[in-house]
Design a protein around this ligand. Structure first.
Ligand SMILES: Cc1cc2nc3c(=O)[nH]c(=O)nc-3n(C[C@H](O)[C@H](O)[C@H](O)COP(=O)(O)O)c2cc1C
Length: 193
Protein backbone atom coordinates (compact mmCIF):
# COMPACT_ATOMS: atom_id res chain seq x y z
CA UNK A 1 0.00 0.00 0.00
CA UNK A 2 1.33 3.54 -0.80
CA UNK A 3 2.84 5.45 2.11
CA UNK A 4 2.99 9.19 2.78
CA UNK A 5 5.87 10.85 4.67
CA UNK A 6 4.64 13.47 7.13
CA UNK A 7 7.57 15.72 8.06
CA UNK A 8 7.27 18.72 10.33
CA UNK A 9 9.46 21.35 11.92
CA UNK A 10 8.64 23.80 14.68
CA UNK A 11 9.72 25.02 18.10
CA UNK A 12 6.95 24.84 20.69
CA UNK A 13 5.07 21.83 19.35
CA UNK A 14 2.08 23.35 17.52
CA UNK A 15 3.20 22.21 14.06
CA UNK A 16 3.82 18.72 15.42
CA UNK A 17 0.34 18.73 17.00
CA UNK A 18 -1.25 19.72 13.68
CA UNK A 19 0.77 17.10 11.78
CA UNK A 20 -0.17 14.40 14.29
CA UNK A 21 -3.86 15.28 13.87
CA UNK A 22 -3.53 15.04 10.09
CA UNK A 23 -1.64 11.74 10.46
CA UNK A 24 -4.41 10.37 12.66
CA UNK A 25 -7.10 11.30 10.14
CA UNK A 26 -5.14 9.82 7.23
CA UNK A 27 -4.55 6.59 9.14
CA UNK A 28 -8.24 6.35 10.03
CA UNK A 29 -8.99 6.82 6.33
CA UNK A 30 -6.84 3.80 5.53
CA UNK A 31 -3.58 5.47 4.45
CA UNK A 32 -0.14 4.33 5.56
CA UNK A 33 1.82 7.16 7.19
CA UNK A 34 5.32 7.78 8.46
CA UNK A 35 5.70 10.80 10.74
CA UNK A 36 8.89 12.51 11.86
CA UNK A 37 10.39 15.83 12.80
CA UNK A 38 12.55 17.14 9.95
CA UNK A 39 15.34 17.83 12.43
CA UNK A 40 15.28 14.28 13.78
CA UNK A 41 15.06 12.35 10.52
CA UNK A 42 17.08 9.18 10.79
CA UNK A 43 20.15 8.75 8.60
CA UNK A 44 18.40 5.88 6.88
CA UNK A 45 15.45 8.02 5.74
CA UNK A 46 14.99 7.64 2.01
CA UNK A 47 12.36 9.76 0.27
CA UNK A 48 12.29 7.29 -2.62
CA UNK A 49 10.59 4.81 -0.28
CA UNK A 50 7.49 7.04 -0.09
CA UNK A 51 4.79 7.71 -2.63
CA UNK A 52 3.92 11.23 -1.45
CA UNK A 53 4.97 13.79 1.12
CA UNK A 54 3.45 16.43 3.38
CA UNK A 55 5.77 19.01 4.93
CA UNK A 56 4.65 21.38 7.70
CA UNK A 57 6.69 24.25 9.10
CA UNK A 58 6.01 27.08 11.50
CA UNK A 59 7.24 30.64 11.07
CA UNK A 60 9.81 32.27 13.30
CA UNK A 61 10.59 35.93 12.77
CA UNK A 62 9.23 35.99 9.25
CA UNK A 63 10.77 32.79 7.93
CA UNK A 64 10.00 29.11 7.76
CA UNK A 65 12.61 26.96 9.48
CA UNK A 66 16.01 26.53 7.86
CA UNK A 67 15.78 22.73 7.93
CA UNK A 68 12.64 23.01 5.81
CA UNK A 69 14.46 24.98 3.09
CA UNK A 70 17.42 22.60 3.34
CA UNK A 71 15.29 19.48 3.00
CA UNK A 72 13.50 20.89 -0.05
CA UNK A 73 16.79 21.92 -1.68
CA UNK A 74 18.36 18.53 -1.02
CA UNK A 75 15.37 16.57 -2.34
CA UNK A 76 14.22 18.88 -5.14
CA UNK A 77 14.70 16.20 -7.79
CA UNK A 78 12.54 13.61 -6.03
CA UNK A 79 9.97 16.20 -4.88
CA UNK A 80 9.42 17.20 -8.50
CA UNK A 81 8.19 13.73 -9.43
CA UNK A 82 5.97 12.84 -6.47
CA UNK A 83 2.69 14.25 -5.11
CA UNK A 84 3.69 16.79 -2.47
CA UNK A 85 1.80 18.97 -0.01
CA UNK A 86 2.77 21.76 2.36
CA UNK A 87 1.30 23.73 5.24
CA UNK A 88 2.56 26.77 7.10
CA UNK A 89 1.80 27.58 10.75
CA UNK A 90 1.93 31.17 11.96
CA UNK A 91 0.14 33.74 14.06
CA UNK A 92 -0.72 36.06 11.20
CA UNK A 93 -3.21 33.39 10.14
CA UNK A 94 -5.27 34.00 13.30
CA UNK A 95 -6.88 36.68 11.10
CA UNK A 96 -9.28 34.91 8.72
CA UNK A 97 -8.16 36.84 5.62
CA UNK A 98 -4.54 35.74 6.20
CA UNK A 99 -5.48 32.05 6.17
CA UNK A 100 -6.03 32.22 2.45
CA UNK A 101 -2.74 30.87 1.00
CA UNK A 102 -2.89 33.53 -1.74
CA UNK A 103 -3.13 36.22 0.92
CA UNK A 104 -0.46 34.94 3.31
CA UNK A 105 2.76 36.72 2.48
CA UNK A 106 4.94 34.19 4.34
CA UNK A 107 3.63 31.34 2.23
CA UNK A 108 3.76 33.28 -1.02
CA UNK A 109 7.36 34.36 -0.38
CA UNK A 110 8.31 30.83 0.61
CA UNK A 111 6.82 29.34 -2.58
CA UNK A 112 8.83 31.83 -4.66
CA UNK A 113 12.05 30.89 -2.85
CA UNK A 114 11.90 27.11 -3.07
CA UNK A 115 12.51 24.80 -6.05
CA UNK A 116 9.23 22.94 -5.45
CA UNK A 117 5.58 23.47 -6.32
CA UNK A 118 3.43 21.48 -3.90
CA UNK A 119 0.16 20.07 -5.25
CA UNK A 120 -1.77 21.51 -2.32
CA UNK A 121 -0.88 24.12 0.29
CA UNK A 122 -2.55 25.49 3.39
CA UNK A 123 -1.97 27.96 6.20
CA UNK A 124 -3.02 27.31 9.79
CA UNK A 125 -3.06 29.65 12.73
CA UNK A 126 -0.67 28.51 15.44
CA UNK A 127 -0.53 29.08 19.18
CA UNK A 128 0.58 32.05 21.24
CA UNK A 129 2.45 30.47 24.14
CA UNK A 130 3.70 33.43 26.17
CA UNK A 131 4.35 31.31 29.25
CA UNK A 132 6.83 29.15 27.35
CA UNK A 133 8.82 31.86 25.56
CA UNK A 134 12.19 33.19 26.67
CA UNK A 135 12.02 36.76 27.95
CA UNK A 136 13.24 38.42 24.75
CA UNK A 137 10.92 36.42 22.48
CA UNK A 138 8.06 37.12 24.91
CA UNK A 139 8.67 40.86 24.66
CA UNK A 140 9.07 40.81 20.89
CA UNK A 141 5.91 38.77 20.32
CA UNK A 142 3.98 40.93 22.80
CA UNK A 143 5.03 44.03 20.84
CA UNK A 144 3.91 42.43 17.56
CA UNK A 145 0.59 41.44 19.18
CA UNK A 146 0.13 44.99 20.46
CA UNK A 147 0.73 46.39 16.98
CA UNK A 148 -1.58 43.90 15.32
CA UNK A 149 -4.41 43.83 17.87
CA UNK A 150 -3.65 40.42 19.42
CA UNK A 151 -3.59 39.27 23.07
CA UNK A 152 -0.90 40.97 25.20
CA UNK A 153 -1.36 39.31 28.59
CA UNK A 154 1.87 37.34 29.01
CA UNK A 155 0.37 35.15 31.73
CA UNK A 156 -2.05 33.58 29.26
CA UNK A 157 -1.51 31.18 26.34
CA UNK A 158 -3.92 31.11 23.40
CA UNK A 159 -4.37 28.41 20.78
CA UNK A 160 -5.69 29.92 17.54
CA UNK A 161 -5.58 26.74 15.45
CA UNK A 162 -8.92 26.05 13.78
CA UNK A 163 -9.11 22.26 14.06
CA UNK A 164 -12.05 22.07 11.66
CA UNK A 165 -9.84 23.53 8.94
CA UNK A 166 -7.11 21.03 9.80
CA UNK A 167 -9.67 18.21 9.50
CA UNK A 168 -10.89 19.60 6.18
CA UNK A 169 -7.32 19.76 4.82
CA UNK A 170 -6.65 16.18 5.94
CA UNK A 171 -9.85 15.09 4.20
CA UNK A 172 -8.79 16.78 0.95
CA UNK A 173 -5.37 15.20 1.26
CA UNK A 174 -6.95 11.79 1.73
CA UNK A 175 -8.94 12.31 -1.49
CA UNK A 176 -5.78 13.45 -3.30
CA UNK A 177 -3.95 10.33 -2.15
CA UNK A 178 -6.79 8.14 -3.34
CA UNK A 179 -6.62 9.83 -6.74
CA UNK A 180 -2.82 9.53 -6.83
CA UNK A 181 -3.20 6.01 -8.17
CA UNK A 182 -4.49 7.81 -11.31
CA UNK A 183 -1.52 10.19 -11.91
CA UNK A 184 -3.31 12.21 -14.61
CA UNK A 185 -5.67 13.55 -11.90
CA UNK A 186 -3.03 15.04 -9.57
CA UNK A 187 -1.03 17.33 -11.79
CA UNK A 188 -2.84 20.54 -10.93
CA UNK A 189 -1.98 22.81 -8.00
CA UNK A 190 -4.79 23.11 -5.48
CA UNK A 191 -4.97 25.73 -2.76
CA UNK A 192 -6.90 25.17 0.44
CA UNK A 193 -8.19 28.23 2.24
C1 LIG B 1 10.23 33.67 18.54
C2 LIG B 1 8.97 33.58 17.73
C3 LIG B 1 8.88 34.25 16.52
C4 LIG B 1 7.69 34.17 15.76
N1 LIG B 1 7.60 34.87 14.59
C5 LIG B 1 6.44 34.89 13.92
C6 LIG B 1 6.29 35.66 12.74
O1 LIG B 1 7.22 36.30 12.26
N2 LIG B 1 5.07 35.68 12.13
C7 LIG B 1 4.00 34.97 12.61
O2 LIG B 1 2.92 35.05 12.03
N3 LIG B 1 4.13 34.18 13.70
C8 LIG B 1 5.31 34.13 14.35
N4 LIG B 1 5.45 33.37 15.48
C9 LIG B 1 4.32 32.53 15.89
C10 LIG B 1 4.53 31.05 15.60
O3 LIG B 1 4.63 30.81 14.22
C11 LIG B 1 3.36 30.27 16.21
O4 LIG B 1 3.43 30.47 17.60
C12 LIG B 1 3.36 28.79 15.90
O5 LIG B 1 2.26 28.20 16.58
C13 LIG B 1 4.63 28.12 16.31
O6 LIG B 1 4.54 26.75 15.98
P1 LIG B 1 5.61 25.70 16.56
O7 LIG B 1 5.27 25.53 18.02
O8 LIG B 1 5.40 24.46 15.80
O9 LIG B 1 6.95 26.32 16.31
C14 LIG B 1 6.60 33.41 16.24
C15 LIG B 1 6.72 32.73 17.46
C16 LIG B 1 7.88 32.80 18.19
C17 LIG B 1 7.98 32.08 19.50
Amino acid sequence: MPQIALLYVGCEGQTRKIMERIGCILTQSGHRTFISSLTELSESFCLHSYDSILIGSSIRYGRHHRSCYQFIQQHAGQLAVMPGYFFSVNLTARKPERRDPYNNRYLQKFLQQIPWTPNRVSVFAGALLYTRYHWLDQQMIRLIMKLTGGPTDITEDTEFTDWNRVREFAGQLSEDLNKASCPQLVNSVAHTD
